[in-house]
Design a protein around this ligand. Structure first.
Ligand SMILES: Cc1ncc(COP(=O)(O)O)c(C=O)c1O
Length: 368
């Protein structure tokens, strides 16, 4: 048997007629950048996230840069974020002109360790970017409390967590502003690049709208130096269709995660995901931790038997060459886990026999 890490074709096969119709309408309309399709999707996505405003942008990385700039964060400022994330989180801080400060991850949830944040706050700190890693919300209550005490902004990096809930609240509606990616493999993915900034603050939304379009509130008026980072109408049409199925597809991911956990939790040396009370993960990834033996050898063994896996991420950001010169408060957990984590195949169309096959392989390898 072969099990791919992700499979995008099944979703598109099922939606092909709807997608083709929407694209035909968009092609016939001649409106490719901005326009009714983008506005329609923004409205629907804001409702989904339970916020007042959503602004479509070019991708999730730009969403973070534009959110930082809209909050006035830039040169001379520090922004605290997690050592284990996709590099885009830290890149955005640098592109906005600020300095990233990396905080270690919690040893159970793999999200930012909230107990280590306050030690990293200086007179220059302006914001915290918690990342809802693997689809599981970061521990937002203590983060909001620290932010309130020190007058910091909170920007949620929700690129992996469309639809997740934290104590009943949708991710994206908890911080001052939140950023999403619609990269094709995300829980809500376009047929190309896309992203969104969501917020309850209409002023922040207006600033992001201006920044995404060359700093221009009206044609050829340029208040600030902006960007070209607009969501195009073909992607907006696709996203609007797929949004209708997102809850159902997230529920399928949750069911698969539950099956995986049932099948794997008895295996010696394998730690399945820990989900604290009040957290509703959307399992963008299902990540296990290997407590004994070599993760790389295990990954190769699975590959030899046709199972594709991933590592998210093999190098904590502060250990990459690009970010080695930035300050980290020492991130021993992120460093240790980078060698122990393994992401198993996860997508809504997965079948139980595929998970059983993976569990049998892991059982043979670890307990055989
Ligand atoms: C946590 C996180 N932040 C930001 C991004 C950047 O999103 P994009 O690829 O759309 O620029 C990603 C995308 O992989 C991500 O996983």
């Amino acid at each position: 048997m072969t099990v791919p890490f992700v499979e995008l074709r099944d979703e598109h096969r099922a939606l092909r007629d709807d997608l083709r119709r929407a694209w035909d309408e968009a092609l016939d309309s001649g409106a490719f950048v901005g326009g009714a399709r983008v506005e329609g999707f923004e409205k629907a996505f804001a409702e989904f996230c339970e916020v007042r405003c959503a602004v479509g942008v070019g991708n999730g990385s730009d969403a973070l840069v534009l959110a930082l700039r809209a909050l006035g964060i830039g040169k001379g400022h520090e922004v605290i974020t997690a050592a284990n994330s996709f590099v885009a989180t830290a890149e955005a801080i640098v592109h906005a002109g600020a300095t990233p400060v990396f905080v270690d991850i919690d040893s159970k949830t793999y999200n930012i360790d909230v107990h280590r944040i306050e030690n990293c706050i200086t007179a220059r700190t302006r914001a915290i970017i918690p990342v809802h890693l693997y689809g599981q919300p970061a521990d937002m209550h203590p983060i909001l409390e620290i932010a309130r005490l020190h007058s910091l902004s909170v920007i949620e990096d929700a690129a992996q967590a469309h639809g997740a809930r934290y104590h009943g609240r949708r991710v994206g509606s908890i911080g001052d502003v939140a950023c999403f990616s619609f990269y094709p493999a995300k829980n809500l993915g376009a047929c190309g690049d896309g992203g969104a900034v969501v917020t309850n603050d209409p002023k922040v939304a207006d600033t992001v709208r201006m920044l995404r379009d060359h700093g221009s509130p009206r044609k050829y008026e340029h208040g600030v130096v902006g960007y070209n980072s607009r969501l195009d109408s073909l992607q907006a049409a696709v996203l609007h269709i797929k949004l209708q199925y997102l809850e159902r597809r997230n529920q399928m991911r949750r069911r698969h995660a539950q099956t995986y956990t049932e099948l794997l939790s008895h295996i010696t040396g394998i730690v399945t995901p820990f989900v604290p009370d009040g957290i509703n993960s959307v399992y963008h990834l299902y990540v296990i931790r290997i407590e004994k033996g070599s993760r790389n050898d295990l990954q190769k063994y699975l590959k030899d038997y046709g199972v594709q896996t991933g590592i998210h991420y093999p190098t904590p950001i502060h250990r990459t060459a690009a970010f080695a010169s930035f300050n980290s408060s020492g991130c021993p957990v992120a460093e240790k886990y980078a060698e122990r984590i393994l992401s198993l195949p996860m997508y809504p169309e997965m079948k139980r026999n595929q998970m059983q096959y993976i569990a049998d392989l892991l059982t043979d390898y670890c307990d055989g």
